[in-house]
Design a binder for this molecule. Structure first.
Ligand SMILES: [Zn+2]
Length: 186
């Protein structure tokens, strides 16, 4: 078995969308899909399904609770920021600055419907279990993959944490975090 170098985190759908049709986003004139997959929307109204400390919108944005933010700030994990929402002060957009390269070849990720105008793909399929281009266990804190997975406007990077960060989050009492092992290069 390849080495486990970290864990990806996912969450349940919270029955909301961060970027509806009315939100002005830069779009490709060729395929019509958004160009910036690191954008945020401060006017997002928050999760419809409440009570989860980590959840996902239908367009695959990770939403965390104030309790989640408190744990991360208390531990001082690097690599992460919290985008505020004017209409929901109890939730935040999880935004990650540190990048770990994803090994699409070993994961056999499929890239479909190449747009010749923006160079992006309509669909990027097969993300987890993540395979990362690193030979060693990740240092504490948060990372995102360099690749964005999913379809159309709903593509997003994987959220990855170091093994020790995983261990601490797993016993933190936070609700709704689903961890999946991320493998390194052999
Ligand atoms: Zn395009």
């Amino acid at each position: 078995m390849p080495l486990i170098v970290g864990y990806s985190i996912s969450g349940q759908d919270n029955d909301s969308t961060m970027f509806g049709k009315k939100v002005p986003l830069k779009r490709c004139p060729g395929c019509g899909y958004r160009l910036d997959f690191l954008a945020t929307n401060p006017d997002y109204a928050g999760p419809i399904i409440k009570g989860m400390d980590f959840s996902a919108t239908y367009d695959n944005q990770h939403i965390v609770s104030r309790a989640f933010r408190d744990v991360v700030l208390e531990k001082g994990y690097p690599g992460v920021r919290f985008g505020p929402f004017t209409r929901d002060p109890e939730h935040f957009h999880l935004m990650i600055d540190r990048v770990v390269p994803f090994d699409a070849e070993r994961r056999k990720t499929r890239f479909e419907r190449l747009c010749k105008v923006c160079g992006d793909y309509g669909d990027v399929v097969r993300a987890t279990p993540a395979h990362l281009r690193t030979g060693s266990v990740l240092d504490d804190g948060f990372y995102r993959t360099d690749l964005f997975f999913g379809s159309k406007d709903a593509k997003s990077a994987l959220t990855i944490v170091a093994p020790r960060t995983h261990d601490e989050l797993a016993i933190s009492g936070l609700q709704g975090l689903e961890f999946h092992p991320a493998f390194g290069a052999e």
